[in-house]
Write a protein that binds this ligand. Sequence first.
Ligand code: GLU
Length: 477
Amino acid sequence: MKKVRTRFAPSPTGYLHIGGLRTALYGYLYSKMNNGDFILRIEDTDTARYVDGSVQIIYDTMRDSGIMYDEGPDVGGNYGPYVQSERKSIYTEYAEKLVELGGAYYCFCTPERIETLKDDAGNMRYDKHCLKLSKEEIKAKIAAGEPYVIRQNVPAEGVGSYDDLVYGEISVDYKDIEDGILIKSDGMPTYNFANVIDDHLMGITHVIRGIEYLSSTPKYNLMYDAYGWERPVYIHLPPIMKDAQHKLSKRNGDASYEDFIKKGYTKEAIVNYIALLGWSPKGNVEKMSLNELVQNFSLEGIGKSPAIFDETKMKWLNGEYIKEMTAEEFKVKAYEFLKMSKAYGKYDEDKLLALAKGRVQIFSEIAEKVDFLEEFDKYDLSLFENQKQKSSAALAKEILPKIKEVLLSLPEWSNSALFTALVELSAKLEIKKQALLWITRIAITGKESTAGGATEVADILGKEETLRRIDYSINLL
Ligand code: GLU
């Protein structure tokens, strides 16, 4: 059996969005599960859409996410160059060959003539005008330096069919396909031509790409057939939607890998989540590392219907990854985000991180979880009124001085020492411990809800600040 070779062929038109990364991931998974090769090819022939710096973003994103290629512009390989703009002479050679084979022809029509072919809506179907030119006429025009393009010669009738591994049999009437441009007047190929030549010359066995190419594929097959080349296996992927009506698109600024990293997602969770956008694993395990994805991936699991990008679910998954991290691992990733909080620099970092861990799903939530520590100010005394906790403002007024006394004489300041002391006090005063803890927490935070209970917060605040706040609350009462 032939070695499986898949490719990711992005156009450098901006950042790498989630849809692109999903295509890359599926190509990677399918090659790796078959011990095959995964190739990165940069499709930069559309100079008008080229965005500076985006090739680097593609390299960085793929490396960072672990969707790493075996061959590509910056790693080399035996099938290069892997950048289309460096392959111009290859396309010229193959375009000329296709002309000889009857699959394409030179077209010298002027923009003015093309204009006359447009209908009221501005759509144009080329009328094969130049197909009639004789070899001599063509030679003469080229020699005279007349500008030309090379167009595909699509049969006027018949049907092009192929079997897509996700969408099944796809058939398109040739009369609905236009004689599209393969080589532009500047000598650059269009995507429609370059993808065929490159996939063949690079030995690609399985073409995995977005659904937008599903119905163009018959015209690519015409070229494979004309050259007498074996067609690759096609796997088109369902679209990714923002909601029922809107596609997730980079035009709307939706969802780039980088943005999610900046928002505080882990790369593992992003990769895991995008694997599930259009693919359903067998069984109901959804949390999988990249290696586990390689083990479990299957083409049969790819669905036809649009996948909905659900950030709530991605957050949940990220939270699962965070839960499994050790305090150390969490610190490495969370530190940059902790720095953005008001509490940073004021309290023990490790304690702040411990307070946040287990309570955040993404790292950018850290600030909002710990900032309450720095927001102590006049608060509403009704916060002490809580029937469920058996607490009231009157009770607070009565016992806060006693709490203060106990804390003042506490020899060791730690979460557990504080807890033991307060529980003992509640027994002594014969009041419910949850009432005492509630009163303490309100007195030192002035907030109805906080991450962490009374003793965890007091431990972080430290003795002096805790007692200062208790004094403040005694005065307020
Ligand atoms: N350059 C095309 C794109 O970015 C690639 C399509 C393909 O994979 O064939 O959409």
